[in-house]
Design a protein around this ligand. Sequence first.
Ligand SMILES: Nc1ncnc2c1ncn2[C@@H]1O[C@H](COP(=O)(O)OP(=O)(O)OP(=O)(O)O)[C@@H](O)[C@H]1O
Ligand SMILES: Cc1ncc(COP(=O)(O)O)c(N)n1
Length: 265
Amino acid sequence: MIPGVLTVAGSDSGGGAGIQADLKTMLALGVHGMSVVTAVTAQNSLGVQGAWELPVEAVRAQYRSVVDDIGVRAVKTGMLASAELVEAVAELIAETDAPAVVDPVGVSKHGDALLAASALDSVRTKLLPVATVATPNLDEVAQITGVRVESEGEMRRAAAAVLAYGPRWALIKGGHLPGDAVDLLTDGSEEHWLRAPRHDNRHTHGTGCTLASAIASQLAKGQSVPEAVAAAKEYVTGAVAAGFALGGGIGPVDHGWRFRAGSER
Ligand SMILES: Nc1ncnc2c1ncn2[C@@H]1O[C@H](COP(=O)(O)OP(=O)(O)OP(=O)(O)O)[C@@H](O)[C@H]1O
Ligand SMILES: Cc1ncc(COP(=O)(O)O)c(N)n1
């Protein structure tokens, strides 16, 4: 049976991040991708030109349609836009018997807000406690916990601050630090450092969404959290290496890099 994975996230019209990145990642990793759209963005390689949230009822209905009939082996969350949506999604996850990967998306690569400032408290107190793995980048760590990380050594303190809100595991993404692309995965007792060479490629739109969806896909296939994160890191590293120009700004990572390996693009 092909395991089903559900993404609860915003739509990126440019196809590089959000729901579109999630579904492409799921296809590439051999699971059946399903989606709950929380918001629609008008977005391209230059930034986010507009964003519209869906009513909470529309989000609940999509989620229930999928879970009640088809069932899910893992859930991934991305852009949730408002406190109301964060709380509704946290309640739905709490009722679901499947691991949840929470990417607490705050701002886009271009600095456009994808989460209201008034929703931060709901992320801390409602969403993080139901996460199996939380995957904040360093800006999100600072917003959520107040801990500012400027070197690899400080990532441990950031992880402890995130774990204090209750996720089972924290994956602190060091993609924004100079040097190797280093992430720290920990549950407070085990510690796994994931290190990959930094690819000098500006076309990295969608890295965070891709990594979180890849983790959810691997969990759905039955891997443990450390195994799933290691496999997801390898997938996102290849996708960043193959990221390509599209439009006039930051292009997307290549979700199909493994299909294209050895063939002409
Ligand atoms: N230039 C790069 N080369 C290799 N890996 C990278 C690069 N940039 C980011 N990564 C990796 O991509 C994953 C996502 O990390 P990042 O910190 O970029 O997340 P994010 O900030 O949520 O994404 P985004 O910056 O797209 O919003 C991490 O595993 C990170 O180490
Ligand atoms: C709808 C939507 N969701 C999320 C992101 C962040 O993207 P990422 O952190 O993967 O680059 C985005 N730009 N747009």
